[in-house]
Ligand binder design. Sequence first.
Ligand code: AMP
Ligand code: ZN
Length: 493
Amino acid sequence: MQLYQNQHLKIYNSLSGKKETFKPINEGHIGMYVCGPTVYSNVHLGNCRTFMSFDMIFRYFKHLGYKVRYVRNITDAGHLVDDADDGEDKIARKARLEQLEPMEVVQRYTVDFHTILQKFNFLPPSIEPTATGHIIEQIEIIKDILEKGFAYEVNGSVYFDVVKFNEDYAYGKLSGRKLEDMISNTRELTAQNEKKSPQDFALWKKAGPEHIMQWPSPWGDGFPGWHLECTAMSTKYLGETFDIHGGGMDLKFPHHECEIAQSEASTGQSPVNYWLHTNMLTMNGKKMAKSTGNNILPGEIFSGENKILSKPFSPSAIRFFMMQAHYTSILDLSNDALLASEKGYHRLMEALDVLDNLETGKSSEFNIEKWKQECYDAMNDDFNTPILIAKMFDAVKHINLIKEGKESISPQDKEALQTILHAFVFDVIGLEGKNEGATGSDKLSGIVELLIQLRKEARENKDFGTSDKIRDQLATMGIQLKDGKDGTAFSIS
Ligand code: AMP
Ligand code: ZN
């Protein structure tokens, strides 16, 4: 029997606002779509949090034995600077400002995205489709929606008719909004606006000759609206109705609401059974975002080169930090929080080492079967990784007691504990062990911290020759020491 058949998984569905028992459409198989990045700049740590949450969910499904088709797209066209269908395409704008081909921008930031995700030990999705690779599919959906009467063409652009749609379906059901309220809260359309109602959104936008990203269509040269690509790619690879659709909470409206409307208008069916939304990573209590500059890049964390950091942090320490919060809770990033998580991560890794070398006895005080089920119960309760981590530290406590000779463990229980801890730590949470790439930087950090300590002792002994030598030699290796009132921080360039 597959492991998933023993586990009763509950998932918080944003559409119903409730935790629901998870039941896939096809037994043993899961179709999951997650909105990917718009590749016009480097991914920040907030973006990484959302993708990491879905990486953990993907990993858990796989661990349970499901066959998962995980589709995460790359948005390489159609995402405008302004959500109200105005302004330039984000990628075209960057290309213009940097005098690059749009596809050079796309290539640069797609490579950056993949490099960062690899450092964080992400599993690759099953399919990573691009918006520009699916223009034909998007045009076909527009034709379908037009034919069904839920869209209209104006001057080479096509708009989705939200008011008409709302007569037969419910626009706003995902984000809990009512169309009437939306309309009464919006200012009147200006005379030059082509939309019948301000809530209508573009399926296709006419492109002027100055537009560098455009394609031919039955309505003339133009480009697809942002929401349409996800409908086209999810339907193509997962079907008209599939199991799970995910993204950050900020995508609920208008993006996901519009995806639902497009699908229902074209197929008459609800596209997704479970909508999952991750909460935001914040810094100084504010959402981390590209646009406001309130963000930190993964590269800055790995090198320690950011004024809020006292030192570099390894990808696994960051992953551990992220997993200590539930994916639906806000998580605030600070140097102190990272230091605490790093400590926890090291304690866990040390306990795994201790476990490998534990001497076994005749019996065990620690009830492994019960503990194992509690670990699964945590994950089955809407992927509750903070509870799972607390359970892991219960095991760490027992491991240390056994090491001190205060408890014992049988050989069978030791093996079971090793197997299940390894499965949760490495396969599900996705941490990397000491011997993998991630902790190369951990070891370096440890060595630098040791040198900082020796330098401090040299200064206390007024041995300034040695203390300066340590600082200067480290500097020649690209390691900068920064003395402050709370001690010495460092960065690695
Ligand atoms: P974008 O490239 O801006 O479309 O964002 C890619 C993904 O990152 C989306 O799912 C966003 O919801 C998510 N995201 C953006 N900012 C944050 C943040 N501060 N915390 C968590 N997720 C975020
Ligand atoms: Zn999307």
